[in-house]
Write a protein that binds this ligand. Structure first.
Ligand code: ZN
Ligand code: ZN
Length: 358
């Protein structure tokens, strides 16, 4: 554990984040970001001398045009003005959706700029991680891809080795598509088996193409995987890849929706593994990236585990103590799970490591 009381942490927040409306039955509910803010305040994070609130700015027109087609941007604008139509079956439209998507995704770029300008060392956005949005169209609760926009912003500032560490339980299919042939962007995605889980993409064989071959790493887990197999796969795969890549900036999507209490997916992780992985990337950011580290914490659909995860991440970033309630996953990894995970780990190593000379 690095001592992080000296790290300056930006928390992206403003009431304007909450101006969305996917309807009362949608997993992303109004009140979510206020809840995060209240939770952090109640646990004394926001009164720490090294934590500050950063006000999110909307995505610039220039970044929007780099990240999405004109046709798509026009379509979102039309839905936004009328309140009619949908982005996808799981992503309904509403009045003002363009402005809301622009600010919730813009928060990520605001955080990136605060880090590169030296205002803070790390940032956490409670909205970020719209990793299913593609260049041509959105979906999977994602309108504009903030991960891609952040990468384009970093590239425009001259950064050449950007790590996207995507531990959301769903595969980052949108982000993968943007940088599939780009060796300046390494994407490591750990997710539930795409055979069963949305977005049914992110197979181990998908390792990138052209100059980017070997820089796109997918590792997936069978349903019911717990901390032990996850930690095993992490230790086998991630440190060698990060040591090789030596990222200049780390963008991290923690897997709050891989927690055993989350209702949208079927992995059984606890906050112990969330702390373990966050600490690893925080340390790696200090080792390789002069501390440049951004956390996009938008995934997570059960309030308790979502808040516990946010508390753990803020604790690692700020050095301020937080303990979630005792974790009680329903069971442990069985023989079948271990066999499947070991098989997957070996497959990733066999396909990716030789290309990178590991
Ligand atoms: Zn730090
Ligand atoms: Zn997810």
């Amino acid at each position: 554990m690095s001592s992080s009381k000296s790290c300056r942490v930006g928390f992206l927040w403003s009431p304007s984040l909450e101006t969305f409306n996917f309807g009362s039955k949608h997993p992303i509910k109004v009140g979510r970001f206020q809840m995060v803010r209240d939770f952090l305040a109640e646990n004394d994070f926001l009164s720490q001398p090294n934590v500050e609130i950063l006000t999110p700015q909307p995505l610039s027109d220039e970044l929007l045009r780099m990240t999405h087609t004109i046709e798509y941007l026009d379509a979102v604008r039309r839905i936004s003005e009328t309140g009619e139509g949908e982005i996808a079956i799981d992503t309904p439209g509403f009045l003002g959706i363009f402005e809301n998507a622009s600010i919730t995704s813009g928060a990520t770029v605001t955080g990136v700029r605060a880090v590169t300008d030296g205002i803070v060392d790390h940032f956490l956005s409670p909205t970020g991680g719209f990793h299913h949005a593609k260049f041509e169209w959105g979906g999977g609760f994602c309108i504009f891809n903030d991960v891609a926009a952040a990468v384009y912003e970093l590239k425009s500032l001259g950064y050449q080795r950007i790590l996207i560490a995507d531990f959301d339980v769903h595969h980052g299919n949108g982000t993968q598509a943007y940088f599939y042939d780009d060796p300046e962007v390494m994407q490591i995605s750990f997710h539930e088996d795409p055979e069963w889980m949305f977005p049914h993409d992110g197979f181990i064989e998908d390792i990138g193409e052209g100059a980017g071959c070997g820089y796109n790493i997918n590792m997936h887990f069978p349903m019911d995987s717990c901390d032990d197999v996850y930690r095993y796969a992490f230790d086998e795969l991630v440190p060698p890849l990060v040591d090789f890549f030596q990222p200049e900036f780390i963008i991290f999507l923690p897997g709050f929706d891989a927690h055993y209490r989350d209702r949208l997916a079927h992995l059984n992780l606890t906050t112990d593994i969330i702390r373990y992985i966050t600490s690893y990337f925080h340390d790696a950011a200090h080792r390789f990236s002069q501390g440049r580290f951004g956390v996009l914490a938008g995934g997570g659909y059960t309030n308790e585990s979502f808040k516990w995860g946010i508390g753990i991440v803020m604790s690692v970033l700020s050095g301020y103590n937080y303990e979630p309630p005792k974790q009680e996953p329903p069971f442990e990894d069985d023989e079948e799970t271990w066999t499947a995970v070991k098989h997957n780990v070996e497959k990733v190593k066999r396909l990716v490591f030789p290309i990178l000379g590991l």
